[in-house]
Design a protein around this ligand. Structure first.
Ligand code: G1P
Length: 304
């Protein structure tokens, strides 16, 4: 069967950010607070992701939420009382911080009633996305704004049509934590690969490659019909990786290309990752970094 190549070159302007997870790895912090609102330094994790979408030109953002996620809506809304208070005090710096999160993008919400997996979360975006190509950003991966990935993926979609995933090489013994892609190189692109097949979280020792999917996707809307027909896979959940496998082997919505990302990425998925990301981001900050690095050097030298 020959690969279906979409001949549409509509710009990608919509981003979907799944945010319905219960965040059990961060209990008790996530008992009453969405995991996406946990701060890295002083900014909620979700804001980094919305900023990334906005700076790639995706100004229409759909958050897939669930129960207990009201704080997300408040965060991206105006906060008139707080703004009036800061304005009256003449605290323009903090005022602009408060204002910023409500002016990054047009943020919409859809609920994922049942926790049936990432593929199902993406399916919840169908009514909003309709017949447009769209990006999916997973909040557990933060991409450093100095190493833009999403705009490159959008450019690859414009060139080849179909769908685009982000790949990074990881050590063999970590492949079971990720979706895994089998690829072939393209003659005229260094950072783009053709994806031939995919497998979600291969059992240890069985990964067919070391290319792991990181949480960025640019998808053809044909993926929705494929997702509808995708049976529950790993963990009994409807897996986006399984739908992409159908696209990669010739289904509508393909071909699938992978952009190899070698830039700075901060994983925040579990507590250790989250602590590392916090320290790295703090070190990078212009306002806090110099002091914090000095303290950290001293801490490492004297206490560890
Ligand atoms: C999801 C995807 C997986 C991907 C990972 C990237 O898994 O299912 O293919 O490699 O995100 O972070 P999760 O980590 O949500 O279980």
């Amino acid at each position: 069967m020959s690969a279906h190549v979409s001949n549409t070159v509509e710009p990608v302007v919509k981003a979907v950010i799944p945010a319905a997870g219960l965040g059990t790895r961060f209990l008790p912090a996530t008992k009453a607070t969405p995991k996406e609102m946990l701060p890295l330094v002083d900014k909620p994790a979700i804001q980094y992701v919305v900023e990334e979408a906005a700076s790639a030109g995706l100004s229409d953002v759909l958050l897939i939420t669930g129960r207990n996620k009201r704080a997300l809506e408040d965060h991206f809304d105006r906060a008139h009382e707080l703004e009036a208070l800061l304005a009256a005090k003449g605290d323009h710096q903090r005022l602009s911080l408060v204002h910023e999160s409500s002016s990054l993008a047009t943020v919409h919400y859809a609920r994922q009633g049942d926790p049936l997996g990432l593929g199902h979360a993406v399916l919840c975006a169908q009514a909003h996305v309709a017949d447009n190509p769209f990006a999916v950003l997973l909040g557990d991966d933060l991409i450093d704004p100095r190493d833009p990935l999403l705009s490159r993926m959008v450019a690859v979609r414009q060139r080849y049509g179909g769908s685009v995933i982000a790949l990074t090489e990881v050590p063999e013994d970590r492949m079971h934590l990720y979706g895994c892609a089998v690829t072939t190189p393209l003659a005229d692109e260094d950072d783009v690969l053709r994806v031939n097949s995919l497998v979600e979280k291969p059992a240890p020792g069985t990964a067919p490659s070391r290319y792991a999917l990181i949480g960025r996707y640019v998808l053809d809307p044909a993926v929705f019909e494929v997702l509808r027909a995708t049976p529950p896979g790993r963990g009994g959940e409807i897996q986006l990786t399984d739908a992409l496998q159908a696209l990669a082997v010739g289904g509508a919505g393909g071909p699938v290309h992978g952009v190899v990302f070698t830039g700075r990425r901060y994983d925040t998925g579990d507590r250790s990752d989250y602590l590392r990301a916090t320290v790295r981001l703090a070190c990078e900050r212009e306002d806090l970094g110099p002091d914090f690095r000095r303290w950290l050097r001293n801490f490492v030298a004297t206490e560890l």
